[in-house]
Design a binder for this molecule. Structure first.
Ligand code: DGL
Length: 292
């Protein structure tokens, strides 16, 4: 079984894309709604919370966990992979993030290649990255893009209140107003020059992709993570087939857990995924695991 972890609802955009593409694959999802949003939290908190989330998914039987959250990937990804995992006792388990596949798609260069290659090294376009305050402050997107495409201009725009507003199920008009403001701020900082491409670098943002589309010029191409990550998981499992685990039974739905209050989170989720798999409180999983 493959696990997905996010601070709340954002990773569901990735889960939905994955379940549509791989109906035969078993997935478990954990949203840390009790602590969402992560994007303005101190880094140490994000590392601690992400470690707990990954461990909970390992405990549920996932041998591979994807951090379906840019903030968790940017702040905790390397620490989990390099420091925590080798000494955690979870042998044969792995953690992957979603920034590497996004950078691969943006630069058309494999992650393992960290120097400019022909023809990508001659790319000169402009990419805007929208993300949480913590993701943007980490500079991970510009650093990783420029290693592979040094002539590309990367503009960054933090959207500090957006994931929280989406999480709370804020009205469309408010979300629209916020995104209009963030796009305008990004354009002002670039002397009014619009970007050729834009990365929606927070898994909550595909839920408001139509609003980014509305305020960005028509020629700005949007790079949206659910599709990118779905393609890249196929490649990953081709190289590491054992992480796919046992196939799901026909009609099985993904297991979906929250650290929060199931009834409180339901309305915001039902708005964008009406037939989403039913959430259980994380604690409700424990007696079932004890019986297994
Ligand atoms: N969906 C997350 C991300 O991709 C986190 C947003 C948040 O919790 O602030 O960054």
């Amino acid at each position: 079984m493959i696990g997905l972890f996010d601070s709340g609802n954002g990773g569901l955009t990735v889960l939905r894309a994955l379940t549509r593409r791989y109906p035969q694959m078993a997935f478990a999802y954990l949203g840390d709604h009790a602590s969402a949003p992560y994007g303005n939290r101190p880094s140490d908190d994000i590392v601690t919370l992400s470690t707990k989330g990954v461990e909970a998914l390992f405990g549920l039987g996932c041998s591979l966990v994807m951090l379906a959250c840019n903030t968790a990937t940017a702040i905790a990804g390397r620490k989990l992979q390099r420091d925590w995992l080798p000494s955690s006792g979870w042998t044969g388990h792995n953690v992957i993030g979603i920034i590497a596949p996004t950078v691969e798609a943006a630069t058309q260069t494999p992650w393992a290649v960290t120097s400019p290659q022909y023809p990508q090294k001659y790319n000169t376009d402009t990419i805007a990255v929208f993300g949480t305050r913590r993701t943007i402050a980490s500079d991970v997107f510009p650093e990783e893009i420029r290693k592979r495409c040094p002539k590309v201009t990367v503009l960054q725009q933090a959207c500090p209140d957006l994931a929280g507003a989406i999480e709370e199920g804020a009205p469309e008009a408010l979300l629209s107003h916020m995104i209009e403001g963030y796009v305008a701020e990004m354009l002002r900082a670039n002397d009014g020059h619009p970007p050729h491409r834009a990365i929606l670098g927070c898994t909550h943002y595909p839920l408001v992709e139509h609003l980014f589309r509305l305020y960005l010029p028509p020629f700005t191409r949007l790079l949206s993570q659910p599709g990118i990550v779905t393609d890249s998981l196929e490649d990953y499992l081709h190289r590491h087939p054992h992480y796919a685990g046992k196939p799901a039974e026909p009609g099985d739905k993904p297991l979906v857990f929250t650290t929060g209050d199931v009834t409180r989170i339901e309305p915001a989720i039902a708005r964008f995924w009406p037939d989403h798999p039913p959430f259980s409180a994380l604690d409700a999983a424990r007696p079932r695991l004890a019986r297994a």
